[in-house]
Design a protein around this ligand. Structure first.
Ligand code: PLP
Length: 393
């Protein structure tokens, strides 16, 4: 199947948006993939599609990114990797965060590469070798004190991996690290992370390992620091229009819309929502949206100091009162819009609608948390890679 055909299969685009809907713009994902690849021309590109493709749909994003220049996929858990295989995707996939009792045999059986951060993981993966020779990427902690082997354990991990290699149980295909502060290129921890990674690769080689994939950079370092590119870059956020370094213009790929369910006229002094945190200062029209914090609208963006807005009929409208679990109220002023009018909660910003970055700022968080947090009862709709978002609205 061609890439274009594969994308077309994902497309189901009813013309009328009559319920809360998250539209994913695969053309944006494709364009972002090309932009990221152009920033690391000498390296291969791994598209990170963990957390259901950062909330955009893992399989559709994976196919789109692979058609636009990515050659590998990255996910967190074995389960995420198996789901991609089950969806018919046969590109190389690396899974990097699993408990020691994860189903490594199932992963190895369908050719999923596994990151190994500890001796315990190495032993567990080696034990899965009856399913085939496991391909592993040794993971060194390069400065987050989170995942990856501590430097003090690295030499031993490399030696144990080399022994397992010689026994034919696995092959060390890669060495990986991750940077804590790549969004701030001048942060000194980037230099120490790069140095520690180079040391880790040296130790692996001195042990007799020959890792062909050496990867340290995620989106921010891919866009700002060629010294981190090595043979492969792992990009997630950038595929979805998020540049943590704030240096490159990428295109957001999600648009969240919801119909106005009802509109009421209220008098000055009418309190709104739980706790009455807002009271209409003048007579106005209030529109009700069937979206709340269970759907991913952060409650912290509303309330007495809330700044959240949505776009209705070409104009920004304030969210008033507290966002509740299933609903939010917007102040429509003098506009008695008819029920059914579509509100754009966020999108790329082309028509003046807020962006996910705006919502993140209103909620005191990062865009990643907004785009990955849209709830399951919001309908999903995929705009094909060749259409623009405008043409499907
Ligand atoms: C999520 C993740 C990435 C992708 O990071 P972005 O900043 O989203 O590009 C890369 N590597 C690891 C280990 C990750 O957990």
């Amino acid at each position: 199947m061609t890439a274009a055909a594969a994308v077309a299969v994902e497309t189901a685009a009813p013309a009328v948006i009559s319920r809360p809907t998250l539209t994913v713009d695969l053309a944006a994902v494709a364009a972002n993939t090309r932009t990221l690849a152009a920033h690391a021309p000498a390296s291969a590109l791994m598209a990170v599609v963990k957390a259901d493709g950062f909330g955009h749909g893992a399989a559709a994003v994976a196919r789109t990114a692979l058609a636009a220049g990515a050659t590998r996929l990255g996910v967190t858990s074995v389960d995420e990797a198996l789901a991609l295989r089950a969806a018919g995707i046969d590109a190389p996939i690396l899974s990097w965060l699993n408990p020691v009792d994860a189903d490594f045999a199932a992963a190895v059986a369908v050719g999923i590469d596994l990151a190994v951060p500890s001796r315990e993981h190495l032993d567990a993966v080696a034990a899965a070798a009856n399913a085939g020779t496991a391909r592993v990427h040794l993971h060194l902690d390069t400065g987050l004190a989170r995942d990856g082997a501590p430097p003090a354990e690295w030499s031993q991990l490399c030696r144990a991996a080399r022994l397992a290699e010689q026994r034919g149980l696995l092959r060390v295909d890669g060495v990986m690290g991750h940077l804590a502060c790549a969004d701030v290129p001048a942060d000194p921890s980037n230099a120490s992370g790069r140095t520690r990674f180079a040391w880790g690769v040296e130790v692996a080689r001195a042990t007799g390992l020959r890792p062909v994939h050496r990867h340290l950079a995620a989106t921010a370092a891919t866009l700002t620091d060629p010294r981190t590119h090595h043979t492969l870059v792992r990009v997630g956020a950038g595929l979805f229009g998020i540049d943590p370094s704030g240096t490159v213009r990428l295109r957001p790929a999600q648009t969240l819309t919801a119909p106005v369910v009802s509109v009421r006229r209220v008098r000055a002094g009418t309190p709104v929502g739980y706790g009455h945190t807002w009271t209409a200062p003048a007579a106005t029209h209030l529109g009700l949206l069937p979206l709340g914090y269970a759907d991913g609208l952060p409650r912290s963006a509303s309330g007495p100091d809330g700044r959240a807005e949505v776009l209705v009929r070409g104009r920004r409208r304030r969210v008033v009162g507290l966002i509740s679990m299933d609903q939010a109220v917007v102040d429509l002023g003098d506009d008695a819009v008819p029920p059914g009018e579509v509100a754009t909660v966020f999108g790329p910003g082309d028509d003046g609608e807020p962006t996910a970055a705006d919502w993140a700022a209103w909620a005191g968080t990062i865009e990643h948390e907004i785009v990955t947090g849209i709830g399951r009862r919001v309908a999903r709709r995929t705009a094909p890679a060749r259409a623009t978002l405008r043409s499907v609205r």
